[in-house]
Design a protein around this ligand. Sequence first.
Ligand code: NDP
Length: 311
Amino acid sequence: MKQSKLIIIGSGPAGHTAALYAARANLVPIVLEGIQPGGQLTTTTEVENFPGFEHGITGPALMENMRKQALRFGTTYLSKTVTRVDFKKKPFQIFDNDGQQYLTETVILATGASALYLGLPHEKELIGKGVSACATCDGFFYKNRIVYVVGGGDTAMEEATFLTKFASKVYLVHRRDQFRASKPMQDRVKQNPKIECLMNCTVSELKYDSNGLNGIVITHLITGDSKVHQTDGLFLAIGHTPNTHFLQGQLSLDEKGFIKTINGSPETEIPGVFAAGDVQDSYYRQAITAAGSGCQAAIRAERYLSELDIH
Ligand code: NDP
């Protein structure tokens, strides 16, 4: 059994930043890194919008730098995945995949969210090589190219519109004849001459060579017709799922499983349990906003412990 003042679950930008602030405040945090250390950023290539890196930095390098910075101040990183928690009594209990038990006064939940993918063969191997779930991250690489966006929600509208800043043409592929996005977002798409909507359609196959994606097959769901479209950019905007399965029954989640926080702060309904990053944010989902909320969570955890006179 391990005992700690603060355990941080998750090791993306929110978890690393929380660890850095907590370690510098002498909380001697333990980070349980999870199944994908570094989180979603480790699946991207170049990150050009994280301030402080004039020429950009790769996602894995950014995460490694953050990790080393938190290590320097005394963070303990454990390569463990949390399977179960018990927040019903203090100290809180956390259990990992090896059955190890941890007792802690405070917890920062920073387990992130995972983009949903279509489930097509070779899709995951092509992430970063033509397949992306983040136009803000990767759109810039598609100057004057033809790209495809899949989805019919607000994110798909926003990503398609954003991509028209770079791409010569954006096709928006949606599986039904109506979008679920809000009307103003739909109107913006419909009024944009660079966007063409392919309704009742789905991407049914990915074509690729050693350089990455080079085409997709689009199937019309009513006629059954399939056609190959040449492209090296496929953006998926079909939703995200927060990594909160291990929290079921322990604290309030919204209808999509995101952690409910109090008035936009990192506080949850349980005093001493904080949440940071994409696990509580279905809207911004940026590395910098996740890092910012990790900082906030660590400051709140430190103040909470001081109020309990735990130093
Ligand atoms: P949503 O869940 O709202 O939309 C997902 C879309 O993807 C739906 O159109 C759905 O189709 C489609 N989809 C899901 N699975 C598949 C699949 N396997 N194959 C093909 N299509 C699929 O997610 P969003 O990320 O768009 O939005 C999440 C939340 O964030 C929403 O509440 C949204 O309003 C909000 N948001 C708000 C913004 C703003 O106001 N500026 C910007 C971005 C997001 P179908 O419709 O058929 O179910």
